[in-house]
Design a protein around this ligand. Structure first.
Ligand SMILES: *Cc1c(COP(=O)(O)O)cnc(C)c1O
Length: 379
């Protein structure tokens, strides 16, 4: 958007409220007879500008921003669900998404059923009885397992479910869930959209009617509003999203192949590598493999720690999608709480590392990974 000042950059309306010319205008605004900004919890021009851009990027009818990615997931689920409903979800979910489904929803009389996201027979079984909502993540954190979006969406719709997809790992550039059958897409804008490690943010995208009738009243009254300042930062991030995601994905694919060739590495997971068990599905529903590479070192936790501690360019951090390359050891950080049994089910081993590839020169990154591999040693 552009104001009468003809600025080049997006204007920032850092204001909580708005004023009215007259008592009559205030009355008309509240009665819906005229449109006027009311309060930034309900809507804000900078936030609305971001909502329009994200909707256009995703090919969605409508978008609403939230303060964090988790607020987006929480709102998308809770605005739609009622006591007595049934939810089917893939097991490999971001930690807090898993907590909402497994711990929070049952408190409100919602029953849940987890399935292995890659197993269509399990989806078919779970969706042979009616369900209100399906939640899934593809590719998943951290093992980059995929869910067949068109197949699961068809089964979900037969069961009467709204299909909600957490598309953080793929970004709107590499995967378009709405075109593949999903009803709602959620994002943590903290990741690739800001992409420079500055702010938290979230987004929910879907049909106009659902957004206006179900999501909007929930957001207005529960208040997980995105700060206009953070919206402005994310708007600036979006201007370079494609350049960053394309460059980071290209480096990620190169580094995945490099790691796969090394004897200290037991297994590499990257959606577009020929060795990925679902590579055909990846090529069918994604336009690129993404910016994350997950690999397992043969020497277990000790080798993984030696690897991380030897790195000079890549930082140890649980964030992802950043312009700086970041590495995390899921078993002792993001997936510490789920326990060893669930980790085994998800394929997370003690030697598993998740690398979020940034914008550094790929040769420098390769050299840094080689430094880590030398320190890890061959078990
Ligand atoms: C980070 C993340 C979230 C949560 O987003 P926040 O902005 O941290 O609240 C949800 N899902 C996935 C897949 C994520 O990576």
């Amino acid at each position: 958007m552009r104001t009468e000042q003809d600025e080049t950059s997006e204007p920032l309306f850092l204001t909580s409220g708005f004023v009215y010319d007259s008592a009559e205008q205030a009355e008309a605004t509240f009665q819906g007879a005229t449109t006027h900004w009311v309060y930034s919890r309900f809507g804000n021009p900078t936030v609305a500008s971001l909502e329009r851009r994200l909707a256009a990027l995703e090919g969605a009818e409508a978008c609403r921003m939230t303060a964090t990615g988790m607020a987006a997931v929480h709102a998308a689920l809770l605005c739609h669900l009622r006591a007595g409903d049934r939810v089917v979800a893939s097991r490999a979910l971001f930690g807090s998404c898993h907590w909402i489904v497994s711990t929070l929803l049952p408190r409100y009389g919602i029953s849940i059923c987890f399935v292995d996201g890659g197993d269509l027979e399990q989806w078919r079984g779970a969706l042979s009885s009616p369900a209100a909502l399906v939640l899934l993540e593809t590719p998943s954190n951290p093992m980059l397992d995929l869910v067949d979006l068109p197949a699961v969406a068809a089964l979900a719709h037969e069961a009467g479910a709204l299909v909600v997809v957490d598309n953080v790992f793929a970004t709107p550039l590499l995967q378009r869930p709405l075109e593949l059958g999903a009803d709602v897409v959620v994002y943590s804008c903290t990741k690739h959209m800001d992409g420079q490690g500055r702010v938290l943010g979230g987004a929910v995208l879907g049909r106009q009617r659902w957004v206006e009738e179900e999501l909007q009243p929930f957001l207005r009254n529960t208040g997980p509003a995105l700060s206009p300042f953070n919206a402005w930062v994310i708007l600036k991030g979006l201007e370079t999203l494609k350049l960053r995601v394309d460059a980071m994905s290209k480096s990620a694919e190169e580094l995945a192949m490099h790691l796969e060739a090394h004897p200290a590495v037991g297994a590499v997971r990257y959606p577009f590598l020929a060795s990925h068990p679902q590579v055909n599905l990846a090529r069918a529903q994604m336009r690129g493999g993404g910016t994350l590479v997950t690999f397992t070192l043969r020497g277990g936790k000790e080798a993984a720690f030696r690897f991380c501690d030897a790195l000079r360019l890549v930082d140890i951090s649980n964030n992802l999608g950043d312009a700086r390359s970041l590495i995390t050891h899921p078993a002792t950080t993001t997936h510490f709480r789920v326990g060893p049994e669930e980790r085994r089910r998800l394929g997370i081993e003690d030697g598993t590392l998740r690398l979020s590839v940034g914008l550094e020169d790929v040769e420098d990154l390769r050299e840094d990974l080689d430094r880590g591999l030398a320190a890890a040693g061959v078990a």
